[in-house]
Design a protein around this ligand. Structure first.
Ligand code: SF4
Length: 338
């Protein structure tokens, strides 16, 4: 049984792409939990599977990608619903009303040929029994809340009439118009300049406090994650390798990949000419997945004959979960001492 505050539970999720040249295991056994009202940041290099994992939750992965197995359970107030294998009717209900998603590029979700207002009105009326006039007022109210000036005027604007930052705000307004309990934000600030990025992050924080929703923030930028996350999951090649409270993971990462990722991040206070440490090697090509621990060809702590043959499973190390064989012995010793 999950703890009462768990909103979304992902167990052994596997999403694969069946291509002519072979199978790409983009998500390869992810276990995660999102608690009500928290911000969970999913971090990792490009290609680590974080976006495919997020899209799998709402079943938005396009063919040839498909969910091969696992469970995604949404704990609604009126009981749990299972999203892997859910029918179209249930999925339509869940999208926007329970879980909404914003993307890096708002134009991926907004229609070019409809006004911002008509798109929000449609989303609201699809899920709630309200008239057109009431839904339009809701749209204006949401545009005002996300900081769009002159919302009564802008409600009739087309997406191409707005700046990049305003379009992202409009996308957030649309996503939150049905008051979802979880917002999945996939690199929501990557395409924006630094000032607008800070404004959008602040806006998300304010709206989260106002609506009490949880946020799953997908980002490759540890700086962004550090600003807003309560909890953090570090992904590498389709798996979560470290999961715990963001403050602790950032202060003292345990998994060698998380440690290397942190070392590669610029920090205030570092001497200006200090070189950033790059992570050794490259992410392996999709069809050449290493045996054993998939990080072993790049890991400075790899143990020959072990890390290249044994796949690590997740173990609890103090305040977090880590998938690394270095901690297997530590756990075994603890169990033997009990
Ligand atoms: Fe490095 Fe081995 Fe741990 Fe993988 S299991 S991260 S190779 S020490």
């Amino acid at each position: 049984m999950p703890a009462d505050d768990v909103l979304l539970e992902i167990e052994d999720l596997r999403t694969h792409f069946l291509l002519d040249d072979g199978v790409v295991c983009a998500v390869d056994g992810v276990d995660l939990r999102v608690r009500r009202g928290e911000t969970l940041a999913i971090v990792g290099e490009s290609g680590c599977g974080k976006s495919v994992m997020a899209r799998s939750i709402l079943r938005l992965v396009d063919p040839p990608g498909q969910i091969e197995g696992g469970r995604i359970t949404l704990h609604r107030q009126d009981g749990p619903v299972e999203l892997v294998g859910a029918d179209k009717r249930l999925l339509r209900q869940v999208r926007w009303r329970d879980i909404a998603m914003v993307f890096q590029e708002p134009m991926a979700s907004l229609s070019l040929v409809h006004t911002i207002g008509s798109q929000i009105v449609e989303a609201v009326r699809l899920h709630e029994n309200v008239g057109k006039a009431e839904a339009r007022e809701r749209a204006i109210d949401m545009l005002e809340r996300v900081g769009i000036p002159k919302p009564r005027h802008r409600v009739d604007a087309y997406p191409f009439e707005l700046s990049g930052g305003m379009r992202q705000r409009a996308m957030i307004a649309m996503a939150l118009s049905c008051r979802p309990s979880l917002l999945i934000a996939d690199e929501p600030t990557t395409a924006l300049d630094v000032t607008t990025q800070a404004q959008i992050l602040e806006l998300l924080r304010d709206l989260q406090a106002e609506f009490g929703m949880a946020i799953m923030l997908i980002t490759h930028d540890l700086g962004v994650a550090a600003q807003v996350a309560d909890r953090m999951a570090v992904m590498y090649l389709g798996r979560v390798v470290e999961y715990g409270a963001a403050e602790q993971v950032l202060a003292a990462p345990r998994h060698p990949y998380a440690q290397a990722l942190l070392r590669s991040m610029p920090r205030l206070g570092r001497a200006s000419r200090t070189r950033l440490a790059a992570i050794r090697g490259m992410v392996p090509p999709p069809f050449a997945r290493p045996d054993g621990c998939t990080f072993h060809p790049r890991c400075d702590s790899a143990m020959a004959g072990r890390c290249d043959t044994v796949t690590p499973s997740s173990v609890v190390v103090g305040d977090r979960e880590v998938s690394c064989l270095l901690y297997d012995d530590e756990q075994q010793e603890r169990e033997e001492r009990r």
